[in-house]
Design a binder for this molecule. Sequence first.
Ligand SMILES: [Zn+2]
Length: 424
Amino acid sequence: MSPTKYDSFPDGLKLSSEDEYGIVSRFAGTIRFPTVSAPEGFSLEPFHKMRQYSTTAWRNVFSSLDMELHGEASILLKWSGDSSLSLDPVMLAAHQDVVPAGDPARWSHDPWGGEMFNNRIWGRGTIDYKCGFAGMLEAVSLLLAAGFKPGRTVYLSFGHDEEIGGLLGAQAITESLQDRKILCSSVLDEGGYIYSDPHGAVTAEVAIAEKGYASFQLSAEAVQGHSSVPPDRTAIGVLARAIVALNESSMPLPEVPEEIKSADWLQTTFAPTILSGGCKENILPGRAEVIVNTRPSPGSSVAAVLEYILSVVEPLGVKVELLDNGSVSEPSFVSSTDTKDFRALKRSILNVVSKDTGFRCGVFPAATDSRRYSRVAKNAYRFMPVHLDQKGIGALHSVDESISTADYLRCVKFYAQYIQRTCR
Ligand SMILES: [Zn+2]
């Protein structure tokens, strides 16, 4: 790869160690706001306070870009570009909310302290996903300071309820953009990382698709009776056979584009998560139930998964019902890699990672806000240049969530480069 002017950060700007300290400190400040979202309701006050903090920390961004609030605490920033180039706008998205920290005593650093220790920043949200929120604001701030003018409009979209489904934030922003007939060329969101395999190979993975989400209730009925004389067929026994059958079989893979044919997590998964049946130790229950949470693979559908489960468990005498609880989502479409935005993304990634880091496209096994934004974006790419350790994605919601200073600075550099490249 020969260097281009877009490889510098931004356009030849050099950062002193003092500048870097400022960048990291501003990010650490966002960790100190416990912006926890929860399905049973949550306080918006930490979100309002973090927004106030941000307008001071990245003053030039909030004074130069147009800001809208959606769903009370989600932020949409519009950086108007040169309209003469007639390019579609581009979106970068990060959610402001985080999952609860659990018992702080289990953390080695205060989860809400934003502590900088041992070349890492510690706390809930450092990876998921305030490095995106602060990193994007920092990148735009640096670009503004360097006099950069985008050749197309850039949207920064910061939802506030991704961890509980994104209906108040990403969904509200999406509907508002739909009303204005705004269609972005792509959205860049979380969901791809830099992974290390057990043999030491390091690979940056852009997720160009994500799986769907659907839970099903499987139930079995039998005659209620005395447990001293159990028949061959019991409700729990039938249900247990169905769970084993489902876990031992695998749904045929749908057709997917070449880039993700050998991706991890492509297969539709079936995870039994809630089991119930019986009320007393000496009564055979008349009914037993299990909730099976599934993640339909790209190219499949919720309906196809239902049909498949029925084909496996119905012959065993088990009934199946989709839990239509608002969380259901179809798998995403597979985004094109033959686009200006993808090329800008790949180039920016290869420029900020080390020489021996590989590159691949993949599938994200969980749901992100991009499933909402996909209705106002032709493509969805999921990536941040953050190294995950052997825990992989499990590190995101665990105790001791933290990010290295180098990775955070890499995020800022990456977002600045990506915006520069895709907005020319
Ligand atoms: Zn997240």
